[in-house]
Design a protein around this ligand. Structure first.
Ligand SMILES: Nc1ncnc2c1ncn2[C@@H]1O[C@H](COP(=O)(O)OP(=O)(O)OP(=O)(O)O)[C@@H](O)[C@H]1O
Length: 592
């Protein structure tokens, strides 16, 4: 089972800030410069008004004041703009850093993790959660620093402007309610936003599954049912989003409302003091402009607090994901193994999948000598693929049950082990690239002649050269332009080109006709002479030449021997052979 690491030590923010804090500092300094410059704006206008009222302004003065305002505007745009660029830049850095880290992490996680968590869920981490956190880290921090600095500069400038402090205090009174509102509404926003993220994850998962299964859906003509199911997911997101929007809108509306209250106090109280000559008209103009200027940063701070609450849910999901540790990890002091010269000894192997009530393999004893061909046959669900998964360490076998040249497989270096095995599953996944690239997947350095040889051995060459682009033919997702049999043979060529010391064919030619199968078996025998090969098949014809054939039934080896020996003894092998060769009805009943 995967376990969680200590969340704090592996969070995604720490490495990010370690790399970007200097840029943040730069950006904040630029924002500070922009805000300080901008805070002079009302004061300049106030002084201008007073001089205008005193009729103390000559034409060059007007031009001078205009130039000062122009300089303030230009400096604000320059500092603020560059500060904003820096923060957007680090936001994109967060995207790429986090997505790379998530991808590396995903590729470490075991098959068991993927069997529990759908691909759609992974995509939702990549898209929704990373974007959510990035927006807070770039736009959010950008606006927060800009708005806070502007707010502080305005407040500072207000206090220093000579406007009486009691008037400033009275004007700002309504705004003092804002922190109280934040603490009341913030947790509700966070909780509702977590519901939205979870609903989005479910929808992505459902969309991925439905697109993946679209061919089945069409064949069964159940599009309506699938649409209804998907519609229900979409409706759930809408409901959750609407409930989030309600609370967010209330929060965002309250702030301008309190700002208007401040403005009313400024107009009423400030106006009264102007009329009674306690402050100048210039003070009054500056005060109302300050209050107006305060409203924007206040609104922005409100928005950012809202966004931060929302992205905290995403951050938590990402941190939890990064904290999942792969359940198959390299042991300390792991050693390389040599499958070319060492035997694989399986002894007393009993294995159950995590959470399963019955073992999938029981008491398996088997020795795979270097160079031999082993055939495994058995009815569906008898444990054939499970045995291969344990050899590849997709799942971990109990200690001491599988040894390679005396080394417990659990102590083997993963790269060394998997690098020496070519595994060809029944339904090999093909990537959306060219056929040639798919064949050379595990050996990027392979030349065209090697690719062609592998294609010939897998009997797919003649098909490929009939495509207009031959080996350059592009395959759609999962190779949809190829038939089932062509796909299997392409995936077989990919296994053969690896020329690995151990080749495992897991029902790899089940979708080809009997004649082609015979040809493939013949060419594999030639190619693999002296190299260890494991052939799993339902058709005896594919493995009858093996040096040793084992018959699995319900996780146990029930027969073992060469083809002729097994035919000579009564048992499932002879029965299966009878079905396949003669179509014996009695035997068929036992095997179906
Ligand atoms: N990831 C898994 N989690 C739980 N049980 C599993 C898992 N994979 C396989 N099993 C179970 O283990 C048993 C053996 O499965 P396995 O895939 O090894 O059979 P097989 O002989 O390869 O079958 P087939 O010929 O159909 O490919 C089956 O009962 C199957 O349901």
């Amino acid at each position: 089972m995967e376990v969680h690491r200590d969340l704090k030590s592996t969070g995604i923010l720490r490495p990010y800030f370690a790399r970007t804090w200097r840029i943040y500092l730069c950006s904040i300094a630029l924002h500070a410069a922009a805000s300080i410059v901008y805070a002079f704006f009302p004061r300049v206008l106030g002084v201008f008004t007073d001089r205008l009222q005193a009729e103390d302004l000559a034409r060059p003065d007007v031009a001078r004041y205009s130039l000062i305002l122009l300089a303030i505007g230009a400096a604000y745009a320059l500092f603020g703009g560059y500060g904003q660029y820096l923060v957007m830049y680090v936001g994109r850095l967060f995207d790429s850093m986090t997505r790379r880290r998530l991808f590396a992490h995903f590729s470490e996680l075991s098959e068991h993790y993927y069997s529990k968590n759908g691909v759609g869920k992974m995509l939702s981490y990549f898209m929704n959660d990373v974007t959510g956190v990035r927006e807070s880290l770039s736009m959010g921090i950008n606006q927060l620093s800009m708005a806070s600095l502007l707010l502080l500069s305005c407040l500072g400038a207000m206090v220093l402007s000579g406007i009486p402090l009691y008037l400033v205090a009275a004007t700002l009174g309504p705004l003092a309610l804002i922190p109280w509102i934040v603490t009341r509404i913030g947790p509700v926003v966070r909780a509702r936003s977590r519901q939205v993220q979870e609903a989005l994850g479910t929808m992505t998962e459902s969309a991925e599954e439905q697109f993946g299964g679209i061919r089945v859906t069409k064949k069964f003509a159940v599009e309506r049912i699938m649409m209804e199911r998907f519609g229900a997911d979409v409706d759930r997101i809408r409901d959750n989003q609407l409930s989030l929007v309600k609370i967010s809108s209330l929060f965002q509306a309250l702030i301008p409302f309190l700002g208007s209250m401040s403005l009313i106090v400024a107009l009423a109280f400030g106006g009264y003091l102007t009329v009674t000559d306690e402050i100048t008209l210039g003070d009054f103009v500056a005060l109302t402009l300050y209050v107006r200027m305060l409203m924007n940063p206040l609104q922005q701070i409100g928005n950012v607090i809202n966004a931060l609450q929302r992205s905290r849910a995403s951050l938590q999901r990402l941190n939890e994901l990064i904290a999942v540790r792969p359940d198959i990890a390299e042991a300390d002091g792991a050693v390389p193994v040599d499958l070319e010269r060492s035997e694989v000894r399986i002894q007393g192997l009993t294995f159950s999948y995590p959470g399963a009530t019955r073992p999938s393999l029981s008491g398996i004893d088997l020795v795979l000598e270097p160079g031999m061909t082993l055939g495994i046959v058995g009815r569906t669900g008898s444990g054939k693929t499970t045995l291969v998964k344990l050899l590849l360490r997709t799942y971990e076998a109990p200690a001491g049950t599988i040894r390679i040249g005396g080394t417990d497989i659990r102590e083997a270096k993963l790269d060394s082990l998997r690098g020496q095995i070519a595994y060809v599953p029944q339904d090999g996944f093909l990537f959306s690239s060219t056929i040639g690239e798919n064949i050379a997947f595990a050996r990027r350095e392979a030349g065209q002649d090697e690719i062609e040889t592998a294609a010939k051995q897998a009997r797919i060459y003649d098909n490929i050269v009939r495509f207009p682009d031959r080996f350059e033919t592009k395959l759609g997702e999962r190779g949809v332009t190829l038939s089932g049999g062509q796909r299997q043979r392409t995936s077989l060529a990919r296994g053969l080109i690896k020329k690995a010391p151990l080749l495992i064919l897991d029902d790899s030619v089940s979708a080809v006709d009997a004649v082609t199968e015979t040809e493939i078996v013949k060419s594999i025998r030639e190619e693999r002479r002296g190299k260890t090969t494991v052939i799993i098949a339902h058709r005896i014809s594919a493995l009858k030449h093996a040096d040793l054939i084992v018959v699995l039934d319900d996780g146990r080896i029930v027969q073992r021997g060469k083809h002729e020996e097994l035919l000579a003894e009564p048992g499932p092998y002879a029965e299966l052979h009878a079905i396949q060769e003669e179509g014996s009805r009695h035997a068929a009943d036992r095997w179906q």
